[in-house]
Design a protein around this ligand. Structure first.
Ligand SMILES: NC(=O)c1ccc[n+]([C@@H]2O[C@H](COP(=O)([O-])OP(=O)(O)OC[C@H]3O[C@@H](n4cnc5c(N)ncnc54)[C@H](OP(=O)(O)O)[C@@H]3O)[C@@H](O)[C@H]2O)c1
Length: 317
């Protein structure tokens, strides 16, 4: 596989350190985005059934004639497919949509099950998400079978806390190789990253640019701080002739973290595939930034009762 930078998984396999995020790509735009990304040098795509664009990604990959062994494909089993008997068919659907025989990495998207069905966000009449009583350890056992069957080379988790990882590691026959979590300058996740790295679990940072980074005249959502306007990142970026987004990604890579920025813009796609390292001094200065915000919070997205999922000492079953 040809790629720039890698993060090593526990068994020594390299995963391209920068991948292309695909959540919220507008319908129809991924064909061009994937062509641009491949031309720019991306060898890693982060997909998920939940994003409802895997079919489009599959078509784009085929059209671009990307050799299967030169692209790292990650996908995720959604919360409505946690029942063990649903995990295999969910993975097979993703394989069909992406038009591939195997995934490089299949993640459990969240450590929480929703009632099964076509509705990806099933809600009761009060608007609360309908949770299903499935232990994520049982979902994991079904994911282990996918490795045995050759449908996924590796399996991992997403949005798991330290406590949940400890709980899973006690029973896992196959260890998770990755924990994909929201992580950026404004949500550094020091304790979680430290735990993962000590236990041979690589960390992938989603929302590495804190999501709605201000673009042109776009107004950021109310109260949301944009990394692009951060004074420390801007100052460092100006001095080293880079952009604040690049500095934010470089800070993650410096910590040994994989980053999966999403962009549908050819120039920003290239910008995000960085080719430089931060100095220790610049990285230390960024680490002193004390703004804190979390975008993907189940309590806000789904139900206040799911607040426990983001607390580091709770959330196990
Ligand atoms: N596991 C999970 O639960 C989970 C949750 C959320 C996300 N994810 C994954 O992580 C990926 C990335 O996270 P995200 O999409 O939420 O947020 P993100 O990558 O932090 O930010 C994406 C936003 O930043 C803009 N942007 C990209 N590059 C930029 C640059 N160089 N300068 C200025 N603005 C830039 C994009 O706009 P343009 O497209 O216009 O450039 C888009 O609005 C997702 O696409 C998805 O694959 C996983």
């Amino acid at each position: 596989m040809v790629h720039q930078r890698e993060v090593k998984l526990a068994n020594g396999t390299g995963i391209p350190a920068i991948g292309l995020g695909t959540w919220q790509a507008e319908p129809g735009e991924l064909t061009e985005v994937i062509q641009e990304a491949w031309a720019a040098g991306y060898h890693h795509i982060d997909a998920a059934h939940y994003y409802q664009n895997e079919r489009e990604i599959g078509t784009a990959l085929r059209k671009t004639e990307v050799p299967r062994d030169q692209i790292w494909l990650t996908s995720k089993v959604w919360n409505t497919d946690h029942r063990p008997e649903r995990v295999g068919p969910a993975c097979e659907q993703t394989l069909r949509d992406l038009q591939v025989d195997y995934l490089d990495l299949y993640l459990m998207h969240w450590p929480i099950a929703f009632v099964p069905g076509d509705d990806l966000l099933p809600r009761d009449n009060k608007g609360e998400i309908k949770v299903d009583d499935v232990d994520y350890k049982d979902t994991w056992r079904a994911m282990e079978k996918l490795v045995d069957e050759g449908k996924a080379r590796y399996i991992g988790v997403s949005n798991f806390t330290v406590k949940q990882l400890e709980d899973l590691l006690k029973v896992a026959r196959i260890k998770p190789v990755v924990n994909q979590v929201e992580c950026n300058v404004y949500l550094p996740q020091y304790e979680l990253v430290d735990y993962c790295q000590k236990h041979g679990i690589a960390v992938t940072a989603y929302r590495p640019l804190a999501g709605r980074v201000k673009v042109g005249d776009e107004k950021p959502s109310s109260g949301h701080k944009t990394l692009r306007e951060d004074p420390v990142l801007s100052k460092i970026a100006q001095r080293i002739n880079r952009t604040p987004a690049q500095v934010a990604i470089a800070w993650l890579l410096k910590r040994g973290i994989i980053a999966i920025p999403k962009s549908s813009n050819p120039q920003r796609l290239r910008e995000n595939l960085i080719d430089f390292d931060l100095t220790d001094e610049d990285a230390a200065e960024i680490s002193k930034i004390d703004v804190r915000q979390r975008d993907c919070n189940p309590a806000n997205m789904w139900s206040p009762s799911l607040d426990y999922l983001t607390k580091s000492d709770e959330g196990t079953k």
